[in-house]
Design a binder for this molecule. Structure first.
Ligand code: TYD
Length: 132
């Protein structure tokens, strides 16, 4: 199974401001089928809390910061994202949630599949038995 990893993106530092970019199948290990973003998260709210059967993701804190918690059914790992020039690759088959959003944070998520409600596992026990 593929492993989650922090991937550092190219960055062009310039006195006019900085620039970073992502190319599919180059900086991230999949073809992008969908992009979405999470914003205006009220303090203390938790997003996610599910797993995907097939979808892979790459998550970037374009602004502010938040934590991504990943659980493979055996253990949990927390990744703190707070820079717009790196992101977290999340393979399929992991339980993931996002929390501790700072004020005005903006999470960009690149996804490998189109939105499909049937790809979600919302029940933690079902997820846990799928990892055995
Ligand atoms: P959800 O995946 O539950 O958000 P999160 O994992 O961040 O808590 O999605 C919230 C709602 O948005 C849900 O009703 C489905 C809808 N949605 C789409 O229609 N398309 C998408 O690409 C995504 C990610 C969500």
């Amino acid at each position: 199974m593929k492993r989650p990893e922090i991937i550092e993106l190219p960055k062009f530092l310039d006195k006019r401001g900085n620039l970073s970019f992502i190319e599919e199948n180059s900086h991230i290990p999949f073809t992008i089928a969908r992009s979405y973003w999470i914003y205006d998260v009220p303090g203390g709210e938790i997003r996610g809390g599910h797993a995907y059967r097939e979808n892979e993701e790459f998550i970037v804190a374009l602004s502010g910061s938040f934590d991504v918690l990943l659980d493979d059914g055996k253990g949990q790992k927390c990744f703190h994202l707070n820079r717009s020039y790196y992101g977290l690759y999340v393979p399929k088959g992991l339980w993931r949630s996002m929390e501790n959003f700072s004020t005005n944070s903006l999470a960009l998520v690149l996804a490998s599949t189109s939105y499909d409600p049937n790809d979600y596992i919302y029940n933690y026990n079902e997820f846990k038995s799928s990892t055995k």
